[in-house]
Design a protein around this ligand. Structure first.
Ligand SMILES: Nc1ncnc2c1ncn2[C@@H]1O[C@H](COP(=O)(O)OP(=O)(O)OP(=O)(O)O)[C@@H](O)[C@H]1O
Length: 231
């Protein structure tokens, strides 16, 4: 995808704070986190369990709102938007990949990738064509009509990644995208993910516990005392 130098910054978190009330008191998870993702940049988020990686991804993905600070998507302050506008950004501008694939079990691989496009107004024939091409990119030609239950773990995760890329989002957010796979499959699927993200010129933030995978990204950040710092 061609993005020009004048395009707005895909994703920016400014002074983002998030706290949770727990029985033990208030838990300050993010305390003024700052992060900028430029177009074409793939950032690894590597931090110990419980430090707030998923929380940060949920805020970046407009799934939750910060208690203070602001998330900017393509230069637009998300806090100023209503729920419909936030949902529209999530549907068209952001691709999500989780540790578990969350594919729709009753639908085939091709339908799982075509449906989010059709929800965005793409005609079925065009959505199917793109889904087919993505499946081929991920080595799944011939598996189009298989339901997720008939696919291996690696194949399921490839379909989930293809689904996240289907609408050509500006930003990809991933939480341990290959954390559920064996080492060899994880390595292969991860390489395919990076290639696809680079090919589309997207910005990506990918949480992983795996330092080998993190090294293959453009830079590594971590969370310390609720703030994003270089990893
Ligand atoms: N809705 C919530 N209510 C209360 N506490 C929460 C909530 N969501 C997250 N937390 C707490 O916030 C902290 C950060 O959670 P988060 O899931 O972001 O961590 P993480 O770094 O992604 O961990 P992991 O690597 O284990 O997935 C944890 O202590 C968690 O228990």
């Amino acid at each position: 995808m061609n993005r020009s130098a004048n395009d707005p910054v895909p994703l920016e978190l400014r002074a983002v704070t998030r706290r949770f009330k727990t029985e033990a008191g208030v838990l300050e998870v993010l305390t003024g986190a700052e992060l900028t993702l430029v177009a074409g940049e793939i950032v690894a988020l590597v931090a110990p369990s419980g430090t707030g990686k998923s929380t940060l991804l949920h805020l970046a993905g407009l799934l939750e709102k910060p208690d203070a600070g602001e998330v900017f998507f393509a230069g637009q302050a998300a806090g100023t938007l209503g729920d419909d506008a936030r949902t529209a950004i999530r549907r068209t501008g952001i691709g999500f990949v989780y540790q578990f694939h969350h594919l729709l079990p009753e639908f085939s691989a091709i339908e799982n990738i075509a449906l989010p496009q059709m929800a965005n107004g793409v005609a079925k024939a065009a959505a199917d064509t793109r889904a087919r091409a993505l499946l081929a990119d991920f080595g799944l030609a011939g598996r189009e009509d298989h339901r997720p239950g008939k696919l291996s773990g690696g194949e399921q995760q490839r379909v989930a990644i293809a689904r996240a890329l289907a609408n050509r989002p500006r930003v990809l957010l991933a939480d341990e995208p290959t954390g559920n796979l064996d080492v060899v499959t994880s390595d292969r699927v991860f390489a395919e993910l990076l290639e696809a993200v680079r090919g589309q010129g997207m910005a990506a933030l990918i949480a992983t516990h795996n330092p080998d995978l993190a090294r293959r990204m453009d830079r590594v950040v971590t969370l310390r005392d609720g703030k994003v710092v270089s990893g």
